[in-house]
Design a protein around this ligand. Structure first.
Ligand code: CTP
Ligand code: ZN
Length: 159
């Protein structure tokens, strides 16, 4: 269903396609997955293309990098509508909607400077638990500080 208005990006052979990302959030998704572009594998990124479901959307295609379901589910923190497609030999072999994990470990820095996870001496790996999915609210398990989407974006260095 290729129309003339469509922006063409080629199909990938093996890898992951993250589709239905809210428009403008593709870069945040890459940041969250720890992909800078300097790693060497191929990444295709499309922003603000038409979508029947969302109006407009972003798409990220990653080739040559293995990503686990747990890693991919973290995408839900910044792109709750995203669908993940695993591609093998040009076929979509699995498709799932991302779900915010109950516990988020190590990814986000607690915004409370006095939190034990921010101590210089013996830093502890951060650990957050979901308290609300819509709107997104996660709580630091160590100090109880609530973090919202903008806090998560700040921590990822994208706002
Ligand atoms: N895709 C790709 N390379 C492939 C196969 C699929 O880049 N070898 C991309 C498609 O361009 C699309 C996404 O992966 O963006 C999902 O593919 P598919 O399930 O075939 O598309 P739809 O049916 O439109 O997906 P959905 O129902 O999730 O909207
Ligand atoms: Zn904390």
């Amino acid at each position: 269903m290729s129309s003339k208005k469509e922006l063409i990006i080629s199909k990938i052979r093996d890898g992951v396609v993250i589709d239905h990302i809210p428009a403008g959030r593709a870069l945040v998704v890459l940041r969250l997955l720890g992909i800078s572009g300097r790693e060497g594998f191929r990444v295709a990124l499309v922003m603000n293309v038409e979508s029947r479901k969302l109006g407009t959307k972003d798409i990220v295609k990653i080739e040559g990098r293995e990503l686990t379901k747990d890693e991919l589910n973290l995408v839900a923190l910044v792109a709750p509508t995203a669908t993940v497609n695993i591609i093998r030999d040009y076929d979509v072999i699995s498709k799932f909607k991302v779900v915010v994990p109950e516990v988020i470990e190590g990814l986000i820095k607690c915004k409370n400077p006095r939190c034990i996870t921010n101590q210089q001496r013996e830093p502890i790996r951060s650990r957050f638990r979901v308290v609300s999915r819509d709107p997104l609210k996660i709580v630091c398990e160590y100090c109880g500080t609530i973090h919202e989407l903008n806090d998560i974006e700040k921590s990822l260095g994208v706002s």
